[in-house]
Ligand binder design. Structure first.
Ligand SMILES: *Cc1c(COP(=O)(O)O)cnc(C)c1O
Length: 354
């Protein structure tokens, strides 16, 4: 009998479908509004030019700069290979496969459930309420075996902030049993909503941050996990010995200089103003049913016929992200805020449609 390699794979791995992105499918775009990347970038030059030594596991100077940026103590920070690595590390450190669960509140960022499925950790699905806030009553009922509760705020793909009072409630209900992970990947676009100041009062709060979005460094793969020092200690027993390549921490360190943080903040202002322009133009189009409020660098839009809109834009080289398949998101497309000329081009093409 012929040797079948597929059978070697773990049972749950055989059932996995890889994370889909337009880049993987091979979209031929010239305007990429699908992955919430920054349309604008500044240029970096490596300061370090020799790479024969292994890097520091947790580069001290980089951590100090981030600590200074978020105003917390450096022993509460772990640097990771993007926020995505933080999402996974927490599961590897805190969840017993097939025994423990995470709470997942769709529609939200897929990677929480994707990672749990890869690791064989149970996913407890508790959809958001119709107003896209947490269903605290249902979350409250699930305490057995729940180790991690993932909350994305502003939520991807809906764009809204999650109510503080609900997060308060959940932190208190689960204060002795679970970590509450607040994913602040987009928080720089509405920085006053950050929960970083809560870290002092809640030892079970974990906050995820990234340089991929407002800092315009998606290609760098660098993120930060902020939490109680004991959580950081536990995670550092699980993280790879050399998770950050030397060029990554070199550039991340530069990106956190006073000057570059200022550039980031101006970029946020510019994108937020493009967002307001785009929302107003979209609302005037006949093919648009609803434009949802957004505190982030993307907007969720419900169209009369999202499939047709998606295909027209794709044909014209504008790549956006279809959300049609997700709970409550029928006929919805998520559009990242691009540079101003990209927003104009998007509207011009959508006008052809109406
Ligand atoms: C983009 C994104 C991430 C991933 O960030 P990386 O640092 O690029 O891994 C995490 N969470 C949410 C909600 C995101 O949208």
């Amino acid at each position: 009998m012929k040797f079948n390699i597929t059978n070697l794979a773990r049972k749950n791995v055989k059932e996995l479908v890889p994370y889909q992105s337009a880049r993987k499918i091979g979209g031929q775009g010239n305007i990429w509004l699908n992955a919430n990347e920054s349309p604008i970038s500044n240029q970096f030059i490596l300061q370090e030019n020799y790479f024969h030594r292994y890097p520091e596991c947790q580069p001290k100077s980089l951590i100090l700069r981030y600590a200074n940026h978020v105003k917390i103590s450096p022993d509460r920070i772990l640097v990771t290979r993007g926020a995505d690595e933080g999402i996974e590390l927490l599961m590897r450190a805190f969840c017993e496969p097939r025994v423990d669960s995470i709470i997942y509140c769709p529609p939200t960022y897929d990677m929480y459930a994707v990672n749990a499925n890869i690791l064989g950790i149970n996913v407890c699905n508790i959809p958001m309420l119709k107003n896209w806030q947490l269903d605290v009553q249902s979350i409250k009922k699930k305490s057995l075996g729940v180790k991690l509760i993932y909350i994305c705020s502003p939520n991807n793909p809906t764009g809204n902030i999650i109510n503080n009072k609900d997060i308060h409630l959940i932190l208190n209900i689960f204060s002795n049993s679970s970590l509450v992970v607040v994913d602040e990947a987009y928080i720089e676009f509405c920085i006053n909503n950050s929960l970083v100041s809560w870290l002092q009062s809640y030892p079970n709060l974990v906050i995820l941050r990234t340089l991929s979005k407002a800092f315009a460094l998606a290609g760098l793969r660098c993120g930060f996990l902020l939490a109680d020092a004991e959580i950081i200690r536990i995670l550092s027993t699980v993280i790879a010995p050399y998770p950050l390549p030397t060029p990554v921490s070199d550039i991340a360190y530069q990106a956190l200089s006073k000057k570059n943080i200022n550039i980031m903040e101006n970029r946020v202002l510019e994108l937020n103003s493009n967002k307001i322009w785009l929302i107003n133009k979209l609302k005037a189009l006949k093919c648009v049913l609803k434009v949802f409020k957004s505190d982030s660098n993307y907007i969720l839009v419900r169209f009369l016929n999202s499939e047709k809109v998606f295909r027209l834009l794709w044909k014209k080289g504008i790549i956006v992200r279809n959300q049609n398949h997700k709970i409550y998101l029928n006929e919805c497309i998520r559009i990242s805020i691009g540079a101003f000329n990209e927003c104009v081009e998007l509207i011009n093409i959508l006008k052809l449609f109406t």
